[in-house]
Design a protein around this ligand. Structure first.
Ligand SMILES: Cc1cc2nc3c(=O)[nH]c(=O)nc-3n(C[C@H](O)[C@H](O)[C@H](O)COP(=O)(O)OP(=O)(O)OC[C@H]3O[C@@H](n4cnc5c(N)ncnc54)[C@H](O)[C@@H]3O)c2cc1C
Length: 469
């Protein structure tokens, strides 16, 4: 279970003391050991208890990162890279202590190659900062997790968001990386070309490695042209199954929706209250279509036929930019809206992902399980990818409440795996999903461990995450 994976590791006290002294001398005010800094760097949106680092260094360049890595490597002291701290599975905990490497000051856009539709950024740039920077170029970066996460953190967790059904996840949108390895050298994993068969695909090895194999110092990303026409839609259904069936048919018919998001009745109630909206409190799909005037109209028409076939109550299309912005703001705030249903409780957002044909079964069985268990748990998800979140609200101070939530999570993950799915479509493993990764990819774990031991023989990069060594 998740909680039992939050164990203290062995601390190298002598090494830590030496590193604290050296980093203070090297970085001055840019190195902090105060309690509040250490707490801020593990205080994330998770119910897992915090395990504080011993110090926080604010890096400003790849050379700074090399200095930190060389210092920590010489004394075998752990480093935990920190983006914006929005990860959900205890990714930033420091079970063996060590140094949190904060990227908020490494936040420059290095170059934009508009004619090649790519750009290179430092890891601390957030997704919203990047899109603001790109505004006048006619280009945008489509990956949009609910939080305003850093590009480094998104790369390290292989993140995605509402646009992934059309534009893919971070694995599809990172062209190349620079990474500082365990010996303190910086490597480049690829050139900027859209395709390459040049050797092992190290880019994709580091994408999703959660800071356990090296520290990313720059990210080269694919960009997209802002579509000539964007249309949005909201469609309410009499049941969650009917909404899921509409998603499945939309994807199976190859309608190139840019976004198709599922919200159950409880999540709609939460969004109405939190974002001051007045949608029907029924299972609902939020949609977006990208293209030209004609293709957007065609996609919306095709969807409305599917929706009618699935018994939709009402489908509302809008091309009004303000209305669309309001809709997607509400969707991005869905987590906080869900939490506001019971502010006194803690929250845990699951993120199973199943093959699209199993979406309706998985969601229906999960909703029945929620009812039987009596959990307060809205459902919201990137349904076009077969990925959905259950936000479990529970009292983490009450052992029986916690046990109930963890038992539900175990059943949910087991259900998704039995359907050919995964325990994590986008959040990553961190500490919280280690047991589930073991169930999911048991036969592959020795290879993952061999890679980890080869690239990080002293286990100094974010130890105690993804799997046990
Ligand atoms: C409200 C809310 C909604 C969310 N919605 C989504 C969603 O829709 N889709 C989704 O995918 N996720 C979602 N998340 C989870 C989270 O936003 C993502 O996991 C995000 O990618 C984390 O980015 P970050 O900058 O906050 O990284 P952090 O939390 O700071 O770090 C995450 C991991 O990346 C590593 N890391 C950070 N920087 C580097 C670096 N430079 N080099 C190497 N490793 C590094 C860290 O060590 C850690 O293991 C959501 C979270 C919240 C709170």
């Amino acid at each position: 279970m998740a909680m039992k994976d939050v164990q203290p590791g062995t601390r190298n006290e002598e090494g830590i003391a030496a590193v604290l002294g050296i980093l203070k001398q090297t970085f001055g005010e840019r190195f902090q050991t105060g309690q509040s800094f250490r707490e801020q760097h593990t205080h994330t949106t998770t119910y897992l208890p915090a395990q504080l680092p011993d110090g926080v260094v604010f890096v400003e360049s790849a050379d700074d990162v090399k200095t930190v890595v060389k210092t920590c490597a010489a004394h075998k002291v752990p480093m935990i890279p920190f983006g914006t701290g929005s990860s959900l599975e205890g990714h930033l905990n420091a079970p063996s202590g060590g140094i949190s490497v904060d990227f908020s000051r490494m936040n420059r856009v290095i170059e934009v190659n508009a004619e090649d539709l790519d750009c290179t950024v430092e890891p601390g740039v957030t997704r919203e900062e990047l899109n603001t920077y790109l505004r006048d170029t006619g280009l945008f970066f489509p990956i949009d997790p609910g939080a305003n996460a850093s590009i480094g953190g998104m790369t390290a967790t292989r993140a995605s968001g509402t646009n992934a059904v059309r534009y893919g996840t971070m694995k599809d949108n990172v062209l190349s990386l620079t990474v500082v390895t365990a010996d303190g050298d910086e490597i480049r994993t690829a050139q900027r070309a859209k395709k390459s068969s040049a050797g092992y695909d190290l880019t994709r090895l580091y994408v999703g490695s959660e800071g356990t194999l090296g520290i990313i110092t720059s990210v080269t990303l694919k960009l997209q042209g802002i579509p000539a026409k964007i249309g949005g839609g909201v469609c309410a259904f009499p049941s969650l199954k009917a909404a899921c069936d509409a998603v499945i048919m939309t994807i199976q018919m190859g309608i190139p929706v840019a976004r198709i998001e599922l919200l159950d009745e409880m999540q709609m109630k939460a969004c109405n209250a939190y974002s001051k909206l007045s949608y029907a409190e029924k299972p609902t799909l939020f949609l977006e279509f990208h293209g030209t005037e004609e293709t957007v109209a065609l996609q919306s028409e095709q969807f409305s036929e599917i929706a009618a076939e699935c018994g939709a109550d009402e489908y509302r299309y809008t091309a009004n930019a303000e209305e669309r912005a309001q809709l997607w703001k509400a969707r991005h705030n869905a987590y906080w809206a869900g939490r506001a249903l019971a502010p006194e409780l803690n929250g845990l957002s699951t993120d199973v992902c199943v093959p699209i044909s199993r979406l309706a079964d998985c969601v229906a069985e999960t909703q029945a399980d929620i009812r039987e268990t009596g959990l307060l748990a809205p459902i919201v998800g990137h349904a076009g990818d077969g990925n959905f979140h259950v936000l479990m609200l529970f009292d983490d101070k009450q052992p029986e409440d916690l046990a109930r939530a963890e038992a539900f999570m175990a059943r949910l993950n087991g259900r998704a795996l039995a359907m050919g799915g995964t325990c994590t479509g986008e959040h990553g493993v961190g500490q919280g999903k280690m047991s589930y990764l073991e169930q999911e990819l048991h036969s592959a774990l020795p290879v993952m461990r061999a890679i980890k031991k080869s690239l990080d023989p002293d286990n100094i990069f974010n130890p105690g995450k993804i799997f046990r060594l």
